[in-house]
Design a protein around this ligand. Sequence first.
Ligand code: 2RA
Length: 329
Amino acid sequence: MKVAVVGATGLVGSKMLQVLEERNFPVTDLIPVASAKSVGKEVTFKGKAYKVVDADTAISMKPNVAIFSAGGSTSLEWAPKFAAAGITVIDNSSAWRMDPSKKLVVPEVNGDALTPEDKIIANPNCSTIQMVLVLKPLHDKYKIKRVVVSTYQSVTGTGVKAVTQMMNERQGISGEKAYAYEIDLNVIPQIDVFMDNGYTKEEMKMVNETKKILRDDSVKVTATTVRIPVMGGHSESVNIEFEQEYDDAALRNILSATPGIILVDEPAKAAYPMPKDAHDKDEVFVGRIRRDETQEKTVNMWIVADNLRKGAATNAVQIAEYLLAKQWL
Ligand code: 2RA
């Protein structure tokens, strides 16, 4: 299997290489792709060095699949060119997510929406992925009426520049800024730009992508997304109101029986999910499950996942695995 990774030198791109290797995806030839300034550099994959090439060269090398994490503008320009050459694109940017002709996929949730004709497939936003994996089995059982989510998002979601800013501030070193404000010892209640409705793009991604992935526009979602100075992953406080009454034990059993979810929920032992424990793991961790005592048919919970893995690289590779299993690659 010839696999191109577009954006191979970035934070998510290099995580994609790590995940492809860890999961033994049958890569016979890796094609790392990056911008002109990185062409000629080398990346290591399965102990072998591969030279970074540009997008045109990558197309000429005829990969079976191209996994993109290179930003929206690069995806808008190049994904159609890869697809036109018969190459299946799995794109981690937001460029195609809300395009009605493109599938937005978390394999465990709506992988069945995929067809062999899908040549550009969108990987959802990291904060959406970890939430919908939890929402889906509960929606199937109790029908979700409304979701209120507040996120606590790692600086790794922004990229290397943000991680460097945080570490510089922590060490009292001045340097390049990814954010308008200090991030260390601070929180920034803005991720991406503000829309006319007063919500940020990140918040509206969670609203709109959740409906698309659950294939149910009746699910109401409202979100507040916040950047915090941590590394290991994104955390989310989620309040879910159901149409039907739920049973506490049954809800826990449903979640613990769902592939990809690990319950960490023993208050008596102060056991709950934290980014430091989710770091570099593919699962979504759920804890602090408790009935909302202010409203019937409503539950609170805390959801944590590594945003670079299940939130990006692993989900994208799992889409490729799904297509491979169907023999569509
Ligand atoms: C973030 N979800 O955390 C966005 C993009 N990765 O910044």
